[in-house]
Write a protein that binds this ligand. Structure first.
Ligand code: PLP
Length: 329
């Protein structure tokens, strides 16, 4: 909603129209698409980038191109649904390691004599907000000659010192081989996804990746907005955001606070969220299949435009409603 971002979207709409009525390789590529791919490559310090209509598509389109039946993929059990679906589409042997469990990952890597080994993980996990042990993953990748793939949807633009994500957070300096991420969160919030990495991989995806080849290119207004975020507005928006979160973390009692829910009924999450909504606080109850069975929860989405008073009011409302539903004392 930043005025500069909205303006850039309008300008792209005026100049290029609502859409290009085409996939990228026919007549769906304009200068702004190449500009955005370049901006993203620079942002992550990678050779090249390929845009998709969403990160779901980016995840759906990568594994079957990279891995054949002689290969193996090692995937964290809590990876995002789109990674799981992407892996399903490939013919590689599939290993699912216990969430963030490096012993389990290592024993699975040890047991495999696959041609290419690929470790796939979320950088920041989408439902728990916890962070993958990326330095250990990179060490294991070196030890067993594996590639590292990280989905950075919940990190790009705000995690790490300058928003470059999990790799930057750990100071790993380009040890990750492939990054997939979204424009649908911090980088504009509209839609779009990408793979960024070595140019040989990106060239291969441009030739073969099915969601890229067989789906319309990202609409110009969306590209215009994302370009604006990645260029001029980026530091402003990120600064604003991280400063906001920093302030919230410093001052608010909501930090790391979880309410235990012994019976874990998904109905409870929905009912509590509805009561919050009745008070004008927009939070949403999540249950299976978005999270595993028995792990229902309420998602609270905070932005830099929230005030301390908003946060305090939310915490207070959670306390009162939690008591009413006998979730907290
Ligand atoms: N990967 C992760 C970890 C996500 O959280 C999401 C979206 O929520 C996606 C991929 C899909 O991104 P997109 O909305 O761009 O399809």
């Amino acid at each position: 909603s930043h005025p500069e971002v909205v303006k850039a979207g309008k300008e792209a709409l005026e100049k290029y129209g609502a859409g290009l009525s085409s996939v990228r390789f026919i007549c769906g590529t304009q200068d702004i698409h190449k500009e955005l791919e370049d901006n993203i490559s620079k942002f992550h310090g990678r050779d090249d980038t390929i845009l998709y209509a969403s990160c779901f598509d980016a995840n759906a389109g990568i594994f079957e191109i990279l891995l054949g039946k002689e290969d193996a993929v090692f995937s964290d059990e809590l990876n995002h649904a789109s990674i799981i679906d992407g892996i399903r589409l490939c013919k590689a042997q599939k290993f699912r390691y216990l969430h963030k469990d490096m012993k389990d990952l290592e024993s699975k890597l040890q047991s495999s004599n696959a041609r290419i080994k690929l470790i796939a993980t979320d950088g920041v996990f989408s439902m728990d907000g916890n962070v993958t042990p990326l330095p250990e993953i990179c060490d294991l990748a070196d030890k067993y000659q594996a590639l590292v793939f990280v989905d950075e949807c919940h990190a790009t633009g705000f995690f790490g010192k300058t928003g470059r994500g999990t790799e930057e957070f750990f100071g790993l300096n380009n040890r990750v081989d492939i990054i997939n991420s979204t424009l649908g969160k911090a980088l504009g919030g509209a839609a779009g996804g990408y793979t960024t990495g070595p140019k040989e991989l990106i060239n291969l995806l441009r030739q073969r990746s099915r969601p890229y080849l067989f789906s319309n290119s990202v609409p110009p207004p969306v590209v215009g907005c994302a370009n604006k975020v990645s260029l001029t507005c980026y530091f402003f928006v990120v600064f604003d955001f991280t400063y906001g979160v920093f302030r919230i973390r410093r001052k608010s009692s909501i930090q790391y606070r979880t309410f235990s829910n012994p019976n874990d009924k998904c109905r409870l999450a929905t009912d509590m969220a509805n009561e919050m909504l009745d008070r004008g606080i927009y939070v949403v109850g999540f249950s299976y299949p978005v999270v595993p069975k028995g792990k229902a929860r309420i998602r609270v989405q905070i932005s830099a435009s929230h005030s301390f008073e908003d946060i305090d009011e939310t915490v207070e409302a959670f306390k009162q409603i939690g008591k009413k539903f006998k979730v907290i004392d």
